[in-house]
Design a protein around this ligand. Structure first.
Ligand code: SF4
Length: 627
């Protein structure tokens, strides 16, 4: 049953709540045993642009006894009406209230959506705290990058799925099926689930703090729970989703998407995605070509995005693009290539696209000096940046968007001034090529130290320090007529606290939600005062989590989550950063032995190749050359 028209007439974008979109799957509720609500804790437009949702939707709905339906966070106007009219949160497909489902799965992609998860549970009439839910309530699960430090949300979630979800989710469903047949208590299901590699059940672990309040340890309390949770990694990418739901309204990424590869080998030290999705796994070329055809046929899209953390690194990407454009010529196919590296090859790649969109080009130098780029392992010398941009101007681009980060570890005033000088050089290149000023937009974000990166121990700069850096840049860039956009440092502070927090932050999140914080990721909704009050009432100092340099031997609240990358490698990378030393991209040069050689067959091969070389080298230096 859909929402009544008199409600839909009162809200903006009613199509967010109507469902019935092309390719949505509505299975027979009464004849399907296991019911899963895939819940995205942000607006419909954001959630429908997420790449994981269609994969899990197709995967679960392909199981005969499972139905998967979608639900998104209702916008403020809608939720007010729902609360006033006593309408519970329900899914888009069958319109069943969330509390009637067996499993509710949340996506943890961004820390500032955490209060939305609490709000969605509240709108569904489900107790927020896992400890207050009983056997009659759905099992609340969560996955995504936030599950790599699950502790801040541990009070609210029954179990976390850590890593690639495609295989482990089906194992969890198997376990759920058996448990349902047995008619056992929920506690039993959680214990069974805890034995599945990649599943973390926080209620089966005890957290200890030291007398001075520092985090001490997390240890299992039952035999089924493992002391460390290994991230699940699929050896080979499972088939792509080729029949995603097509929204009726514009969404953030209004196009088809195909994940051409997972993981990135570049090793940028600030980048969590680059660490937690290793190793690189490419989708075979023929599979991509076929999937694009299916997306066109099933969805009517003529624009397809080649999704990857570093698209230009895909083997022979130029040939793949040429093949796709040739194969689907009559469909007037347009391809979008997000996440390109700063090199002339990327510019040529974009130039080869038929749309010839020369309106804007985006690059992310991240830092203003070669020295700082070496420290963060963004290994692109200024010379190469300028050469790439000169190529772009020569090929007709007149507008550039450049991403930089403020507050990176080891940053000095010279590095900030380096941004001004770099922009100045780019401006001159544009004027030389076009005879007039290029349009330059500078997007400044704030460095947020993230768990499982080599900067996980570093401090985030204070708001005062960041503002000083911003003012310096603003003054320097004003003369050059560039447009400058800055990410609110208060938002970055909260991101830093929630991403590296421990279980004590649950009460802060809870209190902030009680005070009215939802949709914190939306600048017009973000209420910093709520959060400060919540921290204050919980007796927690946010700077303890965000602004403190942590000793390398300090116990970390996410250390029980094993991504495959060893702490020793992260520490080594931290040291190299402090010495401004680069680590080469393991895709093109030697394996850096990050730890994944223990787990993944491709990495094992690369590592063995390296061991061979080392043996030869060692033997050579002792004068004993053998092969
Ligand atoms: S084990 Fe080696 S090849 Fe594999 S991701 Fe790590 S550094 Fe790269």
């Amino acid at each position: 049953m859909s929402y009544p028209d008199d409600i839909l007439r009162k809200v903006i974008k009613p199509a967010r709540y109507t469902g019935n979109e092309w390719n949505s799957v509505v299975k027979d509720w009464d004849k399907t045993d296991i019911k899963v609500a895939l819940s995205y804790p942000d607006s419909y437009e954001v959630g429908m642009s997420n790449m994981a949702l269609p994969i899990l939707y197709e995967l679960l709905n392909s199981q005969p006894d499972v139905l998967a339906e979608r639900v998104f966070a209702p916008w403020i106007d809608m939720q007010k009406i729902m609360l006033a009219s006593g309408i519970p949160l329900s899914t888009l497909e069958s319109r069943h209230p969330l509390k009637d489902f067996d499993i509710i799965g949340f996506s943890l992609g961004y820390e500032l959506t955490y209060t939305n998860i609490l709000n969605m549970l509240h709108l569904a009439g489900i107790p927020l705290l896992a400890s207050e839910r009983d056997d009659s309530h759905p099992v609340i699960i969560a996955g995504g990058s936030g599950a790599l430090n699950p502790e801040p949300m541990a009070d609210f979630i029954d179990l976390f799925v850590v890593g690639d979800g495609e295989e482990v989710l089906l194992e969890l469903i198997d376990s759920f099926r058996d448990w349902k047949r047995q008619g056992a208590a929920k506690e039993e299901l959680l214990r069974q689930a805890a034995a599945i590699p990649g599943i973390y059940v926080p209620s089966l672990y005890q957290v200890e703090y030291q007398a001075d309040g520092m985090f001490k340890s997390i240890t299992p309390t039952v035999a089924e729970a493992s002391p460390t949770i290994q991230r699940r990694i699929v050896d080979k990418l499972p088939p792509p989703a080729t029949k995603p739901v097509v929204p009726y309204i514009g969404v953030i990424h209004d196009r088809g998407g195909i994940e051409i590869q997972r993981g990135c080998s570049r090793g940028c030290r600030f980048c969590q995605a680059g660490n937690i999705y290793r190793p690189v796994r490419e989708r075979p070329r023929e599979e991509i070509i076929q999937a694009v055809g299916e997306l066109i046929a099933n969805c009517g899209y003529n624009e397809i995005s080649m999704v990857s953390l570093s698209t230009s690194d895909y083997t022979d990407i130029d040939k793949l693009i040429a093949d796709l454009l040739h194969r689907y010529q009559r469909h007037n196919l347009s391809l979008s290539l997000p996440s390109l590296c700063i090199d002339s090859f990327s510019v040529k790649l974009l130039d080869s696209l038929p749309s010839g969109r020369k309106t804007g080009l985006t690059f992310a130098p991240e830092a203003g000096s070669d020295r700082l780029r070496q420290a963060i392992n963004k290994n692109i010398p200024e010379e190469e940046i300028l050469e790439t941009i000169a190529t772009a101007f020569d090929r007709g681009w007149t507008s550039l968007k450049l991403y930089f980060m403020l507050g990176l570890p080891t940053e000095t005033t010279d590095d900030i001034e380096g941004i001004i000088q770099l922009v100045d050089k780019i401006d001159s290149l544009g004027r030389k090529a076009k005879g007039r000023r290029p349009q330059l937009r500078i997007s400044l974000s704030t460095f947020v130290p993230k768990p499982h990166t080599s900067f996980q121990w570093t401090a985030q700069q204070s708001e005062q320090q960041l503002t000083a850096g911003y003012e310096l840049l603003k003054q320097g860039l004003r003369r050059r007529g560039v447009r400058l956009w800055w990410h609110d440092p208060k938002v970055s502070l909260l991101e830093a606290v929630l991403s590296r927090g421990d279980r004590r932050l649950g009460k802060v999140i809870h209190r902030a939600w009680q005070l009215g914080s939802i949709f914190d990721g939306w600048s017009e909704q973000f209420n910093y005062e709520n959060w400060l009050k919540a921290f204050d009432e919980a007796g927690i100092e946010p700077g303890f989590y965000a602004h403190r340099e942590r000793p390398l031997d300090e116990p970390l609240p996410w250390a029980h989550i094993d991504t495959g990358i060893t702490p020793a490698f992260l520490k080594q990378e931290y040291q190299r950063a402090m010495e401004d030393r680069e680590t080469p991209d393991c895709r093109y040069q030697d394996c850096s032995v990050c730890g994944l050689q223990r787990w993944h067959p491709d990495c094992q091969q690369r590592y063995q190749g390296l061991s061979c070389k080392t043996t030869i080298h060692n033997n050579s230096s002792s004068g004993d050359v053998t092969r």
